[in-house]
Structures are given as structure tokens and as C-alpha cells.
Design a protein around this ligand. Structure first.
Ligand code: NAD
Length: 381
């Protein structure tokens, strides 16, 4: 079969779902590969590099979709792309199935199979296909770099002939995949790094990365996320108050705050309130990685950078992975390649869409003219 990757159509999207390297691996599985001309340019992969990897370059999106049995892409397909789907095609892409009823309906009507990369179950066996984690890791790293770029001082403390420079203090709120990447980046740049999460089980991980876990003065144990399958759930009002009181105490001291707190299927909790922003020193920076879901900080504007009256910069960009397109494309293309490896048990260039397989079943949102989202809970944890 033929696997094809079009140029992304979403404005400003620099990533690409196939790289010359992933194409070589896909050919070893028996597939032939196609890309639309220019699809990889913004991520640093030229048409020539693809050609050298044995990939056929196709001029237009229409002919790419027409020629391909399997289409791999990054962003959820737009209306025009959905129109290219037909019964025999398989699409592997982010799809946002929970918020894309129209897309699901159109895909179902076409009869195509759609594998939504954000639906890959978070079980150990599927980690190599976990594109959400790959992208969150990049976002966490880049959030710190972006903060540094907007911060007028060093991260690390220095003693220079011209005087002593104190280290920057960084607070990371939420220590999931993105938060841990931010913590690692911040400590490696030499900042004094603090981190908070409602799941106390991450404290050890935070501390092993050289950061300090922020504990609350709260009678009960810090909320135990284990009850909800390792994910955070909504905090009690008392817990939230204790958390806000702690943040209020920390705000005047922190130079950089990176917020990453999310609860599955909800708007981002508001945790860094206006009075905390006001209490921060001029020149401080907030990077709100939850901006896509409404933001953790008051004053965040999605996709923008704003400077408050008291001189605090709040960054609400939602395209951090696209800002590091070479890296994110490489990891994403590898996640996709692993998905295709599981779909091709005989390595003969033919896919077997095995709906008995937890991972394939979990990620499949349309198949054989049916909407198969949401999936049943996985059998193996
Ligand atoms: P996420 O992006 O959904 O959320 C980010 C973090 O915000 C979480 O750590 C959450 O606890 C925290 N949070 C929520 N409300 C908060 C609040 N009020 N204050 C402070 N922090 C708050 O998280 P994620 O990176 O997707 O990870 C979530 C879970 O999934 C973790 O347990 C992680 O280990 C697990 N996971 C498992 C796998 C796997 O394959 N086994 C892969 C990725 C993630």
C-alpha cells in the first residue's frame, strides 16, 4: 500500500507527519511513500531529502490524497481534506474526536478508517505511539526557552567581576509530561526550581530532577490522583484555597511561572489569579501552557504575548511544538511509524485493522462506516 503525507493546511503549522527517516522505516514495512511537494520544508526537510530516502514527491494535495491508501498528517483534517476520504482509505492524524462531531460524521459517511493519535491509550505498551506525550515534552522544554527569551536576566546565579547575580526562581505548576520537561529544562539552566502538583506521587520525581516540591499546609494528604487512574480530578474547595494561599505567598518571589495544570475533559483550572500576577516583580514572565483550554493564569490571551501594567509578560502561545518543528516532526513521525508497525503484523505493506487490539481499537474513531468513538475502556492497564 501507499502511505502519503500532505502539507499541513492549518495556518502557521510547521510540522510534518513523515520525515525522510520515518519514510525509510515505513518502506522496510513494505509500503511505498509519498509526500506533497514542500510538506517538510518548514520543518527543515526538503523535497530532495525525501527523494533521497526513496519517497515520491507529488505536486498537489488532491493528487496526494487520491494516490494514497493511508494518509498520515498532524492537525485534524479540514473540510476539504475530509472530502478526500473514501471507503478504502485510512487516515492517521490528530483528530480531536471529542470536539469534532462534524469531522466524525463526515469520516463515517466516507467509510474511511480514522485513527486519532490523541486517543492512543496511555498504557505501557503504547508509549512509543503516545504523540500527546511527545508533544507535551517539547512544549514543556520550549516554554522554559520562551520564558528565558522574554526574561531580562540569567537563569543561573553568577559571581562576576561586575557583581553578584542571583539565580532566577522558577515555579512549575502541574508536573505531568509537560511540567516535568519544564522542570528538567529549568534546573539544567541553573534556576532554583519549585514545582507543585495535586498528585503527591510526583513529588519524588520532581525532587529527583533537582527541583523542590511545594507542599501545602493542608490537614488531609495532598489529593491522591491514583483514584482516577493517575489523572488529576477536581480539587475540593478547601484544597483549592490552601493551594491559592501558597501561590499567593510564592508570587512576589518567583521570576518565572510555567503553568501546565489540566484535568481531563475540563477547562483548565484558574490557579494563578490576577492578584498573584500583580504581586509579581516587573520583568517576571508567565508561560501558560494551558492557554488552549482557557489558561491557568488570569490575563492569559490565547496565542498572544501580553505585558501587564506592572510589567509581567504573560505568554499564551498554543503552538510550542510547531515552533520546534524539526524536533516535533521527528518524534511525531516516529509515533506514527510505530502505530503503522502494529498495523502491519506481516511487514508486507498491508494493514490489518485489528479491532481486538486495545491500542488500535482505542485510537480508531471511525471504521467500516461506523463511528467507533468513544472506545470501550482498555482491557489491560
Ligand atoms: P495533563 O497534561 O493532563 O495535566 C498536567 C498536570 O496538571 C497533571 O500532572 C495534573 O495532576 C496537574 N494538575 C491538575 N490540576 C492541578 C492543580 N489544580 N494544581 C496543580 N496541578 C494540577 O497531564 P499529562 O502530562 O497528560 O499526565 C497525566 C497522567 O498521565 C500522569 O499520571 C502521567 O504519568 C500519566 N501518563 C501516562 C503515560 C503512559 O503511557 N503510561 C503517558 C503519559 C502520561
Amino acid at each position: 500500500l501507499k502511505i502519503g503525507t500532505p502539507k499541513e493546511t492549518f495556518p502557521g503549522e510547521n510540522r510534518v507527519a513523515m520525515t525522510p527517516e520515518s519514510a525509510k522505516q515505513l518502506q522496510k514495512l513494505g509500503f511505498s511513500c509519498l509526500v506533497q511537494s514542500g510538506a517538510g520544508t518548514a520543518a527543515g526537510f526538503s523535497d530532495q531529502a525525501y527523494e533521497e530516502a526513496g519517497v515520491e514527491i507529488v505536486k498537489t494535495a488532491a493528487s496526494l490524497w487520491k494516490k494514497s491508501d493511508i494518509v498520515t498528517k498532524v492537525r485534524q483534517p479540514d473540510d476539504k481534506e475530509l472530502g478526500y476520504l473514501t471507503k478504502d482509505k485510512t487516515l492517521i492524524s490528530f483528530f480531536n474526536p471529542g470536539g469534532n462531531t462534524d469531522g466524525l460524521e463526515k469520516a463515517k459517511e466516507s467509510g474511511a478508517s480514522v485513527i486519532a493519535m490523541e486517543m492512543v491509550p496511555r498504557i505501557s505498551r503504547a508509549q512509543k505511539m503516545d504523540a500527546l506525550s511527545s508533544m507535551a515534552n517539547i512544549a514543556g522544554y520550549r516554554a522554559v526557552i520562551e520564558a528565558g527569551n522574554n526574561f531580562g536576566r540569567f537563569f543561573t546565579g553568577q559571581i562576576t567581576a561586575a557583581g553578584k547575580v542571583p539565580p532566577a526562581k522558577v515555579l512549575v505548576v502541574g508536573a505531568g509530561v509537560a511540567g516535568l520537561a519544564a522542570i528538567g529544562t529549568s534546573t539544567s539552566l541553573g534556576a532554583i526550581t519549585y514545582a507543585f502538583d495535586v498528585r503527591p506521587e510526583v513529588a519524588e520525581q520532581v525532587e529527583s530532577m533537582g527541583a523542590e516540591f511545594v507542599y501545602l499546609d493542608f490537614e488531609e494528604e495532598q489529593q491522591d490522583g491514583a483514584a482516577t487512574g493517575g489523572y488529576a480530578s477536581v480539587s475540593s474547595p478547601e484544597f483549592r484555597e490552601a493551594q491559592l494561599a501558597k501561590f499567593r505567598e510564592l508570587a512576589p518571589e518567583m521570576d518565572i511561572v510555567i503553568t501546565t495544570a489540566l484535568i481531563p475533559n475540563r477547562d483548565a483550572p484558574k490557579l494563578w489569579l490576577e492578584d498573584m500576577v500583580k504581586a509579581m516583580k516587573p520583568g517576571s514572565v508567565i508561560v501558560d501552557l494551558a492557554a488552549e483550554r482557557g489558561g491557568n493564569a488570569e490575563g492569559t490571551v490565547k496565542d498572544e504575548k501580553v505585558v501587564t501594567e506592572n510589567g509581567v509578560t504573560i505568554i499564551g502561545y498554543t503552538d510550542f511544538p510547531s515552533r520546534m518543528a524539526a524536533q516535533s516532526s521527528t518524534l511525531y513521525a516516529t509515533n506514527i511509524r510505530h502505530m503503522l508497525t502494529d498495523l502491519t503484523p506481516e511487514k508486507d505493506g498491508q494493514i490489518v485493522h485489528n479491532m481486538e487490539d486495545d491500542v488500535i481499537r482505542g485510537a480508531t474513531v471511525t471504521h467500516e462506516g461506523e463511528i467507533t468513538f468513544p472506545p470501550p475502556p482498555p482491557k489491560v492497564q
